[in-house]
Design a protein around this ligand. Sequence first.
Ligand SMILES: NC(=O)c1ccc[n+]([C@@H]2O[C@H](COP(=O)([O-])OP(=O)(O)OC[C@H]3O[C@@H](n4cnc5c(N)ncnc54)[C@H](OP(=O)(O)O)[C@@H]3O)[C@@H](O)[C@H]2O)c1
Length: 230
Amino acid sequence: MRRLTPDPGPTTVDEQLDGYRPWEETREERPFLATNFAVTADGRAAIGGRSGPIGSEQDTEMLAGLRTRFDAVMIGAGTMRVERYDSLPGERPLVLVSGRLDLPWEAPVFAEERGRVLVFTASEVEPPETAAEVEVVRHEGRVDLAEALRHLRHERGIRALLSEGGPHLHAQLWAEGLADELFLTTAPKLTGAEAPRILEGERLAATAELELAWLLEHEGELFARYRRPG
Ligand SMILES: NC(=O)c1ccc[n+]([C@@H]2O[C@H](COP(=O)([O-])OP(=O)(O)OC[C@H]3O[C@@H](n4cnc5c(N)ncnc54)[C@H](OP(=O)(O)O)[C@@H]3O)[C@@H](O)[C@H]2O)c1
């Protein structure tokens, strides 16, 4: 892997993430929040309805490494229904955002005793018994993401949160000014098919300018880290 900017030269995922300390950037009202996506060169966030075929093994290494730098990982129900998460390293909680609570309860993260899941939902449905520890926080109408992040910061001690999507949750986070950074892997491939981009549904009030914090390259795949200009 090469670092193209800043300070060009050889690097590794571990070396890049070693000095990356998002928990030191926590906010008073919410955790520091970074989002992570992989896209094709034509800007699509899924191939055949899944994110897996987009990135390489290096991208998987980056995803796994990033998870260890955050206190919790958040996804929307749409991503959970397709990607069926495992439990996270170090018993980090998986934070789920769901309107309907129509979740794949047989997925590994619910089936494993070490799984820890915190669900924010607007539904009154009771979750089934699972081996994993599942807690539910209920909101009226739809999940108020600013309020959910405040809860994570103050009630759960979450200082740094990694959002792994999907596009509908992601768009709200940027539209509501709740995201600080974007890790974006661009794979050297085209899909040409109809598939979501990394922001869907919610419109940004204005174009959000980003600063490039680093750019890495491995076998034609680009790993960018963008941040909101300070
Ligand atoms: N390329 C990548 O890196 C990447 C990453 C993640 C996902 N993806 C892909 O993206 C696709 C899924 O897209 P998506 O946009 O449907 O995923 P999503 O944003 O994870 O899920 C959308 C769902 O989340 C719930 N939700 C989001 N905001 C909410 C709010 N404020 N209040 C209540 N519920 C809320 C709703 O769930 P309910 O249905 O329960 O109401 C909504 O239907 C899949 O194909 C997946 O593979 C790609």
